[in-house]
Each structure stands twice: as structure tokens, then as C-alpha cells.
Design a protein around this ligand. Structure first.
Ligand code: TXA
Ligand code: MG
Length: 321
């Protein structure tokens, strides 16, 4: 049985005994285990049905813990860590040999972040190891932003979802790595690249958009509902093509829509990117449960968080353009 609880001590007990628990973060819920326990890490991959080549993010509680995991940390990485941690930025750094290969998919680098969520930080304070935690969804599916989303994915497969409420940001962390000390963007995320560039200058973008297995995590189809989904600038024009079908609309802001569109989600009535990002996955989960023939999503303006939301929508709609 899976229980949903706010009780930290149950989580601590499970983690200390090499188990896994779902934990809240400010981005999305994670499926967490002790990085030094092979048993726990194996369980994470098995429960998620995640391929072993796809490495995990390690969650830490302090900058002191960073040195235990990473070496040769570039100056710009330190600057980013000091500015954005705790927060939704993941740094990919050269790993210490003590970080198990199974966590990093055999790479010589490790992805690290300090989550900005009181429950996650309190939990990390109570244990004496960092937590590996990928998003708590089956591989390729929509990420969870509430305890109930996790429970509906992994009922009976995990003992506990530590309840920390709805995730405030609702979109995964931004991932930055380094090549010869130059910053490289691996994944668009909650912290927008425009802000990061103000701090450390131009960043090279290396977001892989192919299905090559050595492009960890950035597979083309990802964050996807089971219902076929389509992305369009002009959603009203597109749904005309699908007349007679049971269509659900995923809209950025308030819009005059036809009365016979029964199912629609408005992500932010006033057109606010942050609000839309925080509600995106929950709206996708709801639409996906309605047995629709298809979901039609509205493309966002391609700047700031709008660009990040488009990245997730494009992957959710891949194959269905
Ligand atoms: O917001 C987040 O980052 C959430 C919360 C739970 O912290 N976690 C998350 O984890 O999104 P996951 O496993 O769903 O995505 C981690 C991404 C994957 O695309 C993975 O390939 C990439 O991080 N990654 C991990 N280690 C890496 C490394 N050493 N080099 C390059 N990419 C790496
Ligand atoms: Mg994920």
C-alpha cells in the first residue's frame, strides 16, 4: 500500500533502510533514494522503468555537501550555485570517484541541485547522505506536481509519498553543464536562460533533440499524455479539422471558444507565464483522464518561461504534428 503523509520520520526510516520514497520539491515530485545504496538506486530505475543510461539528479542540503560529490568546480558554477541554490537549477559537474556509476549512468559527471522546498530540505537535514531523485513518473510520462499524481502512477509500488502540497514552479529544473569551463545548457527549465545569462554571460545551447541514447533524458517524446496531443499557434483553426472528435483544449489564456468545446483548461486567465507553468502538468493530467480523442495545446510566445513551456509541449506532442 502507498501512504500519503507529511510525516518526515516515516520517510527518514524508509530511506535509512535502503527504500525509496516520493518527495516534494518546488519543481516536480521526485522518486528519492540514498545515492550510496545500490538497492535503492536499482529500485528507482525499476519503478520508473527508466533506461540505465539515463542518469539521476543528486539532491543536496548544503554547499558543503557539494565537495563530497563534485571536483574541479568552475568559477561560474560556484557563482550559479551561490545565486540560485536552494532553487531550480541543476549543475552537471565532474564527479568524485565515490559517486556510484549507477547514479550517473557511467558518465564521469554528476548532476546536482539543492531543492527549494522546506519539506525536502528538512528531510535532507535528517539523513546523512544525498538523495538521487528523478521525477516521480514512469519514463516518458507527464511529471507529477502533487502527491496524488505520484500515487496514481505508483500505487502499491512505493511505500510513501511525502506530501508537500502542490509544486510551486511546476516545471523541472534548468540543467547547466560545462565544457572547458564554458557553460552549456542541457535542459530548459524553471530558471530562465535570459536570467542566467545576465549573471554569467552567453551560454551555449546543447539541448539534444534526437533519440540517441547518449543524449540523456532529452528524448524527443517525453512529458507525454496517453491521449494524442497536438500543438498549434491557432488552436481554433486546428480543431475545425477535427470536428466530430472529442477534443480537449489546453489554452494559455482566456479565449472566446466555441460552445461545443466541452473540455478545456486555461493555464492563466491573465496570461501570466509563472502561473501557467505551475498549472501546466496538472492540467495535462486532468485532460488525459477524460478519454478524449485528442488534446490540442496552444503554443506560447517563444520567450522566457513561454519558451520553456513550449519545449515541454513540443515533446508531449511529438509524433503528432
Ligand atoms: O526539477 C528537477 O530537476 C526534478 C526534481 C525531482 O529535482 N528532477 C528531474 O529529474 O527532472 P529527471 O531524472 O526526470 O531528469 C534529470 C535529467 C535527465 O534528462 C538526465 O538525463 C539529466 O538530468 N542528467 C542527469 N545527470 C546528467 C549528467 N551527468 N549529464 C547530463 N545530463 C544529466
Ligand atoms: Mg523526468
Amino acid at each position: 500500500m502507498t501512504i500519503i503523509s507529511k510525516d518526515l520520520h516515516i520517510a527518514v526510516n524508509i530511506l535509512n533502510h535502503e527504500g525509496v520514497v516520493a518527495i516534494p520539491t518546488e519543481t516536480v515530485y521526485g522518486l528519492a533514494g540514498n545515492i550510496y545504496s545500490k538497492k535503492a538506486i536499482d529500485k528507482i530505475f525499476e519503478i520508473k522503468q527508466r533506461p540505465y543510461f539515463n542518469p539521476l539528479i543528486v539532491h543536496i542540503k548544503s554547499l558543503a555537501q557539494l565537495d563530497e560529490l563534485a571536483k574541479e568546480i568552475p568559477e561560474k558554477a560556484m557563482e550559479l550555485a551561490k545565486t540560485y541554490w536552494p532553487g531550480s537549477l541543476t549543475l552537471v559537474l565532474k564527479k568524485q570517484s565515490t559517486v556510484p556509476d549507477i547514479v550517473t549512468g557511467g558518465l564521469d559527471s554528476v548532476a546536482i541541485r539543492m531543492p527549494n522546498h522546506a519539506t525536502a530540505l528538512a528531510l535532507l537535514e535528517e539523513i546523512n547522505f544525498p538523495l538521487a531523485a528523478p521525477s516521480a513518473n514512469p519514463f516518458g510520462c507527464i511529471s507529477p506536481t502533487s502527491a496524488l499524481h505520484v500515487e496514481s502512477y505508483f500505487k502499491n509500488k512505493i511505500p510513501l509519498v511525502l506530501d508537500g502540497g502542490k509544486c510551486k514552479n511546476g516545471i523541472e529544473s534548468t540543467i547547466i553543464g560545462f565544457e572547458n569551463n564554458d557553460p552549456i545548457l542541457y535542459r530548459l527549465g524553471s530558471i530562465i536562460i535570459e536570467d542566467i545569462e545576465k549573471l554569467i554571460g552567453k551560454i551555449k545551447i546543447k539541448i539534444k533533440r534526437d533519440n540517441n541514447p547518449d543524449a540523456p533524458g532529452m528524448l524527443l517524446k517525453h512529458y507525454a499524455p496517453h491521449t494524442p496531443a497536438y500543438l498549434a499557434k491557432d488552436v481554433l483553426k486546428l480543431i475545425k479539422i477535427f470536428s466530430g472528435k472529442k477534443v480537449g483544449l489546453l489554452l494559455f489564456k482566456e479565449k472566446n471558444i466555441h460552445a461545443d468545446i466541452k473540455y478545456h483548461e486555461i493555464l492563466s486567465k491573465k496570461g501570466d507565464f509563472k502561473e501557467a507553468a505551475s498549472k501546466l502538468y496538472a492540467a495535462m493530467h486532468r485532460l488525459d483522464k477524460l478519454n478524449l480523442d485528442l488534446i490540442v495545446a496552444e503554443k506560447f510566445p517563444d520567450i522566457g518561461l513561454g519558451k520553456v513551456i513550449n519545449d515541454r509541449l513540443e515533446r508531449a506532442c511529438y509524433n503528432n504534428h
